[in-house]
Design a protein around this ligand. Structure first.
Ligand code: FMN
Length: 213
């Protein structure tokens, strides 16, 4: 009997550990050197929209640097892009890759698995999205703004400003790394709402398809 209680106790203790989302720690991002900023500004362009979209696979180092450029910490308590009132990022980045869908956790610089499998072809019906190595999906999360100031009408503007800053940072970092990027607002909203469990009041805002040249 004592053994049975011990076994049940152990099972109850371990279950939450197995149920916790799988987390992948990203390698440290590249934060020095690289292509000069003004050269990257001069050559920034969206990768071709059709089947000629660059399709070579990104590696974990590429992903790490691009996500850091998008909303990583670049000093204690502040990020590579400006967020109103210095509150925590209110636009999330989800990563659709060949093996999983994951949420970028900026505080731990890691990926938290949301779903297993390859769902890239469902994000956007256009040809370039099918060729992409990874597709980033930007989703609003107004929780950090609640109770902090501003008014909800203004928050929508801030979401657009943040998405623009995040995606432009990634465009420039991608250019510096020889990675093609293409921003789009065409996306399958119902599918994204379902797979990412997006609550009402929040929305997918944009996607950025990525592939190595
Ligand atoms: C707000 C916005 C929405 C866009 N939506 C799409 C889209 O749904 N599909 C697509 O293929 N490209 C989309 N694009 C990419 C633009 O077509 C592209 O940025 C434009 O042709 C300018 O090219 P450039 O980025 O090389 O300067 C979008 C760009 C912006 C800024």
């Amino acid at each position: 009997m004592k053994r049975l209680f011990l076994a049940i106790g152990l099972a109850l203790f371990l279950t939450p550990l197995f149920l916790a989302a799988a987390e992948t720690t990203l390698p440290p991002p590249t934060t020095k050197g690289g292509k000069p900023l003004f050269d990257a500004l001069a050559s920034r362009a969206s990768a071709p929209g059709g089947a000629n979209f660059p399709s070579r696979a990104l590696d974990p180092q590429d992903l790490s640097t691009l996500l850091w450029a998008g909303s990583g910490l670049n000093r204690p308590g502040r990020w590579t892009v400006p967020f109103a009132m210095g509150v925590e990022p209110y636009v999330r980045i989800y990563v659709f890759g060949p093996e999983e869908v994951a949420l970028y956790n900026w505080s731990r610089h890691s990926l938290l698995q949301v779903e297993e499998g390859d769902w890239r072809s469902r994000v956007n019906p256009q040809g370039f999205a099918r060729a992409a190595s990874h597709i980033l999906v930007f989703v609003s999360d107004k929780t950090p703004l609640q109770g902090k100031g501003g008014i909800p009408e203004v928050w929508d503007k801030w979401l657009g400003v943040a998405t623009g800053a995040m995606t432009q940072d990634i465009y420039l970092a991608a250019d510096a790394l020889g990675i093609g990027a293409r921003y789009a607002e065409t996306m399958d909203q119902p599918f994204l709402r379902e797979i990412l469990t997006i609550p009402s009041g929040e929305a997918p805002l944009a996607i950025l398809a990525l592939g190595k040249r």
